[in-house]
Design a protein around this ligand. Structure first.
Ligand SMILES: *Cc1c(COP(=O)(O)O)cnc(C)c1O
Length: 399
């Protein structure tokens, strides 16, 4: 009997001795909460993406919520966004008290269609919250133009997009360099760089940055670590109503190591993605996402669209039994019990019969959830592991 081959995980974080050392250094220092490490992490991430201001927070969901609230989004407002995203995107809008307006995505990129965004703008619209889904850049040029002409904010859900690039005005630039009002990152272990739990907002707006720094720590004027090291006794004030959305210095120290390795890891992810694309190209009916010529993904997740008539769940089960972890394509918030009709709005299509409850406004999003499959990709993945994923997928699909 031959031993079963080692299972291939979906996306284990790339962490090791350097991260352990960094965390240990902070623990030995005796200063564990928000302090110098967070400040250094913010500066290093800001330099990496090319942003003047970076504000680290407790996770990507809070980054979205603070960006919305910091820009004045609240009850009575609408925010145009994708339903086809991790639920945190829509949840942030609702946590801010506003109503999500869902628009459909392009099948080839997974990102919202600017024409549909333009059609969704109403008198209540306060912001566009676009998602760089799976790390694939959304069309910031078109979305920025819509936001400017409507006089509303463009916020980027860049949770998955650390290290992704977009060509703007003839130059390749990293996502996070300010183009809209703010870009929000996550450092959850599934993302391209991790701090365990963590998030960060980049912006070019100094006033917004100052407000966000107050908001993330109870509106406090002098953070604890500044008072702690001051030669003069200082009393803090509480300028605005805020709350605790702080990142710890332990997490930030891990993040500094991760950011240092990010460019290298993104190159590795891109090489693996290119290899997947060439090796999967001849499977009949199977397709992958495509980068527009102005976008370079970081391939935070690699998704394939299954051929017609193939059952997503059975393919996933067969792969699982052969030791290969997968996930279905990203969810659609509007299909979850937490999002009954009335909690959101969508823009109808000519084929909709809204009165009869027949909605085609999010048909591409729904098909993507049902037909897409996330397959393993991580920087430490070997070519042999990748070949096993390809061969097994081929076998399971009978191709
Ligand atoms: C992961 C993710 C988030 C939330 O980030 P957390 O750090 O887990 O709170 C938000 N939006 C998208 C698109 C994500 O993938």
């Amino acid at each position: 009997m031959t031993a079963a081959p080692e299972p291939i995980p979906l996306a284990p974080p790339d962490v090791g001795e350097a991260e352990i050392e960094a965390a240990a250094r902070v623990i030995r220092s005796g200063w564990l909460t928000h302090g110098r490490e967070v400040e250094a992490f913010e500066q290093e991430f800001a330099r990496f993406v090319g942003a003047p201001h970076a504000i680290a927070v407790s996770n990507g969901s809070h980054a979205l919520l603070l960006a919305l609230q910091g820009l004045g989004v609240g009850p009575g407002d609408e925010v145009i966004t994708a339903s086809h995203s991790f639920i945190a995107t829509a949840d942030a809008v609702r946590q801010a008290g506003a109503r999500p307006v869902f628009v459909d995505v392009f099948a080839v990129t997974g990102n919202i269609d600017p024409e549909r965004v333009a059609a969704a703008v109403s008198a209540q619209t306060r912001a566009i919250l676009c998602v760089h889904q799976y790390g694939m850049p959304a069309d910031l040029e078109a979305l920025g133009a819509i936001a400017r002409s409507a006089g509303i904010a463009l916020i980027e859900d860049a949770a998955c997009a650390a290290g992704s690039e977009i060509r703007m005005g003839g130059h390749w630039e990293r996502i996070g360099r300010p183009r809209g009002a703010a870009a929000c990152f996550s450092f959850h272990p599934r993302k391209a760089a991790t701090t365990g739990e963590g998030g960060l907002i980049t912006t070019g707006d100094a006033e917004l940055a100052a407000r966000l720094r107050l908001m993330r720590s109870h509106g406090m004027t002098h953070p604890a670590h500044q008072r702690h090291t001051a030669a003069q006794v200082t009393f803090e004030r509480y300028q605005i109503a805020g709350f605790n959305h702080r990142l710890s210095d332990i997490a930030a120290a891990i993040g500094r190591v991760q950011v240092g390795r990010l460019a290298h890891n993104v190159e590795r992810r891109r090489a693996l993605a290119a290899r997947y694309m060439s090796r999967l190209a001849d499977i009949p009916g199977l397709t992958t996402l495509k980068e527009p010529d102005w976008a370079r993904s970081n391939w935070q997740s690699f998704v394939v669209r299954l051929p017609d008539g193939v059952k997503q769940r059975s393919v996933m089960q067969a792969l699982l039994e052969r030791g290969i972890a997968t996930r279905r394509g990203v969810m659609c918030a509007h299909r979850e019990p937490a999002y009954p009709r009335g909690t959101w709005r969508c823009v109808g299509q000519p084929s909709c019969d809204c009165a009869a409850g027949e909605c085609h406004g999010l048909a591409v999003s729904e098909a993507a959830q049902d037909r897409m499959l996330v397959i393993p990709l991580y920087p430490q993945m070997t070519e042999a592991q990748q070949d096993r994923v390809v061969d097994t997928l081929r076998e399971v699909l009978g191709a």
